[in-house]
Design a protein around this ligand. Sequence first.
Ligand SMILES: *[C@@H]1O[C@H](CO)[C@@H](O)[C@H](O)[C@H]1NC(C)=O
Ligand SMILES: *[C@@H]1O[C@H](CO)[C@@H](O)[C@H](O)[C@H]1NC(C)=O
Length: 618
Amino acid sequence: MSLLQLLLGLLSTVADFAKSWSVVGSTLMIATAVALAYVWQPSLPEESYDFIYKYKFPAESQPKWSQKDPPVGVPPRPSVYNPNRPDLIHCYCPATGQYLCRVSASTKADIDTAVAKCQKAQEVWKATSFKQRKAVLKVFLEFLKKNQEEVVRIACRDSGKTMVDAALGEIMVTLEKLAWTMKYGERAMRPSSRSGPANLLIRYKAAEVVYEPLGVVLALVSWNYPLHNVLNPIVSSIFTGNGIIVKCSESVVWSSRYFVEMVQTCFTICGHSPDLVQLVCPWPNDADYLTSHPDISHTTFIGSKPVAHKVLAAAASSLMPVTVELGGKDAAVILDEHLGSWSNCDAIASVLMRGSFQSAGQNCIGIERIICEPKAYDSLSKVLAKRVPALRLGSSLDDDQNVDVGAMINDSRFEVLERMIADAVKNGAQLSCGGQRYRHPNHPVGSYFQPTLLVDVTPEMEIARNELFAPVMVLMKAENVDDAIRIANSTKFGLGGAVFGKRGSAATEKVVREMKTGNIAVNDFATFYVCQLPFGGVSDSGYGKFGGEEGLRGLCLAKSVCRDRFPGISTSIPPVVDYPLNSVKTAWEFVRAMNAAAYATSAKEFVMSLVQLVGNLK
Ligand SMILES: *[C@@H]1O[C@H](CO)[C@@H](O)[C@H](O)[C@H]1NC(C)=O
Ligand SMILES: *[C@@H]1O[C@H](CO)[C@@H](O)[C@H](O)[C@H]1NC(C)=O
């Protein structure tokens, strides 16, 4: 159906309705709708139009961009680090191996400067209203929506992912984060009134928690979603009145600089200091300097466990609170009851494929293990064995043919992956397809790994226990629901997860309750993340939550305030316990009776204690 047909259809519906109503009424209705369509536009500052409609995107992100003369002194094989110039970070496109630029790694002095600037800007920013904060987010939201394609291309050039993967994993989730924060953020930040004491004698006290910004906060983010991972903490931090230092990964400095600069422009447009958001990129060894910095109040760390140990050790020296999000080994548990008949399981196979291969599997909450009951196992392994080999690798920015799966960030883990896959096969797993690095004919220096399907994987295999973060799909067989939960629980991780069953069935709910994980989606994959729920893991997946209301409040000082509930009623110290005490014995009897009365569990106890209390009042 064409757009015109759709419009005509709509018009005729309205016309039918108009016939049965009055001509005047329907004309009014249509006029209101048309007027609304014009009036209901975001009111944006005048200065934002050039930014939104005329932003100059980098040449490197254009389709089929090629570097004419790579500068001298560039390492022959793509590598962020060159021992001859340890002060520089080298940026490459993982999909083509093309050189992008070199950037000075942030030094301790750079970090100090960034923190000082941020602190100064935050002093002013903390006094802004939610309306002012939302105005900044709104400019960015409009910019992102209007320039989806150009922004996506920057993320693709730097990370090697495909444009469709980026539209989902970068743009959609970031738009949602912005829209949700603008719509519901203020509610989470409202002072929260609490029940007050249970003590009958001090019920006149009212209790409340107010949320105040912490100051300058820090986010150490991973490279797998260069746009979203940088924007996500920025949105929460600035909305809560904080300033933020973002430390990006050395693998995506090139794009991160553009993304942070875009946010800074939104601040300038709205009349605020762009210094509130700072990007730094020191080498991992200097990251300690950030996490022990006395002027930073909170750290959100997304990364791996070995690095987390270092971050936390450094944070201990300045008592820095840290929210830790580490890897995962997410299980999708597929119950036989999910489908009445397994003769057609294409729909669920599609979800599993997106869950496993999006972003070439480099997804914290990607599906790392598919655990099936017997019927589901037989059907899915057949269908997936046909569908996975059909996936096409390449650079969606540069290739003319269709591309499903992009490159990996670099080739540094290929050997480990190949070894783990070979090891699984040696121990009885079946390699249905893939299993090795791939030399792409168009991009011989690109970092590609074949989309891989391994079936008959068992929980003892290394491949079933370690996070792969790669385009590798792993199928495991479970005898029944309990067995499936046992297998799902058999890793040290606990970040995300999924269960596919019958809506509301006992088995589905059992998996929801018993899977050892921080987040779980029912009959879907990773939706808990988009839904702006508090996000975080258990065990080796880390602790603390970001995202949602808890995430916003986590970036605040929750200040507890206690006031008198009624005018004219306040605490006065009875003479009997006033310093200096007249009689220690009477004072003791008084306080003892007071405690007994306050926590009395029967009317008799209350009255008796009260009588004693009054008796000892003088
Ligand atoms: C590969 O990427 C990882 C993750 O960003 C990074 O730590 C590592 O230094 C990179 N290796 C090379 C050779 O670029
Ligand atoms: C899975 O782990 C959870 C949380 O540790 C536990 O409550 C549950 O009993 C475990 N279930 C199985 C079958 O291992």
